[in-house]
Design a protein around this ligand. Structure first.
Ligand code: C2E
Ligand code: MG
Ligand code: MG
Ligand code: MG
Length: 288
């Protein structure tokens, strides 16, 4: 477009850069204000046993309640937060909010039911920053026993620089009863090497492989390989983005036992989760 406008191209270009810079400054200010005021909501997506459809966990997924813009999805502000070094306070807020919510839900569960777990996303960026790690540990210390029902999903936006530090950290978390999973497995910088270098309990197969595994033999082959690898290494494996019965069937046949996806439920506001807490198999079946 700049070319087509001939002599004015340069000006147009300058003004668009100017706009971008202005946009960015404005976005940064808005995000900082949102963090200060906790203008966020946590949605929860059920993670189910693929065979019984019973709830085993719920993944906490943040949304930004932006004045005048409704609910902004995380893909539109998490990358910016990471870039600006603002991800730590966001992840810590989610951790605290979701843990409080988990305690409330556990009170609603039948006595004999296995306690619900919550999965929390933890940006790998935070693992590289000592200051935020210390804060994270302090938050986890104050949470007390609810910790043992937390699953941390490490989302790999950046390479984990200090493997020794991460190992020590994950081991401490595991000693508290927490589980550590690698998120979006298969898409990251170094998923495979992390799997044996870090103390990891399980992986989440990325949605891009699950979507289409029922029509694309290459995707199916990748999912089969990931599930096989996890079985061999004795890791849990969870599938994300299950949208139809064919995918659910194939995953079960491969030996993947847990998953989440629109087939079961989208991310839901907290008040819609209690309906999922009834673990009586008789009522669970009519969700089929
Ligand atoms: P993720 O951790 O891989 O979460 C799964 C994403 O897949 C969610 O998107 C979920 O809504 C979506 N999804 C689940 N099932 C289906 C399906 O069947 N079909 C389709 N099309 N999508 C499905 P969402 O909520 O937009 O979150 C996007 C990403 O943002 C997350 O991906 C995670 O990486 C990041 N994120 C979300 N909350 C947080 C947070 O509190 N902290 C950090 N650091 N990252 C977060
Ligand atoms: Mg996740
Ligand atoms: Mg994921
Ligand atoms: Mg994903």
């Amino acid at each position: 477009q700049a070319k087509a406008s001939g002599g004015n191209g340069c000006e147009l270009f300058d003004s668009s850069i100017h706009h971008q810079a202005k946009d960015r400054i404005q976005q940064e200010q808005e995000l900082r204000r949102a963090i200060a005021q906790a203008d966020f909501q946590v949605y929860y997506q059920p993670i189910v046993d693929l065979a019984t459809r019973q709830l085993v966990s719920a993944e906490a997924l943040i949304r930004w309640q932006k004045p005048g813009s409704g609910l902004v999805p995380p893909d539109e502000f998490i990358p910016l937060a990471e870039e600006l070094g603002l991800i730590a306070p966001i992840d810590q807020w989610v951790l605290q909010t979701a843990s409080r919510q988990l305690q409330a839900w556990q009170q609603l569960q039948p006595e004999n039911a296995p306690p619900l777990k919550i999965s929390i996303n933890l940006s790998s960026q935070q693992i590289n920053q000592n200051a935020s790690l210390n804060e994270l540990e302090t938050v986890l210390q104050t949470l007390g026993s609810v910790r043992q029902h937390l699953r941390l999903e490490v989302t790999e936006s950046v390479f984990i620089k200090n493997i020794d530090r991460a190992t020590e950290l994950f081991q401490r978390f595991q000693a508290w009863g927490m589980q550590i999973c690698l998120d979006d497995f298969g898409t990251g910088y170094s998923s495979l090497s992390y799997l044996h270098r870090l103390p990891i309990d399980g992986v989440k197969i990325d949605r891009s492989f699950v979507a289409g595994m029922d029509s694309d033999p290459n995707k199916l082959a990748i999912v089969r390989a990931i599930v096989g690898l996890c079985h061999t290494l004795n890791k849990a494996v969870i599938a994300e983005g299950i949208e139809n019965h064919a995918q659910r069937r194939l995953l079960m046949d491969l030996g993947c036992q847990q998953g989440q996806g629109y087939l079961f439920a989208p991310p839901l506001p907290a008040d819609q989760i209690p309906a999922w807490l009834d673990t009586d198999p008789a009522t669970a079946t009519h969700r089929d």
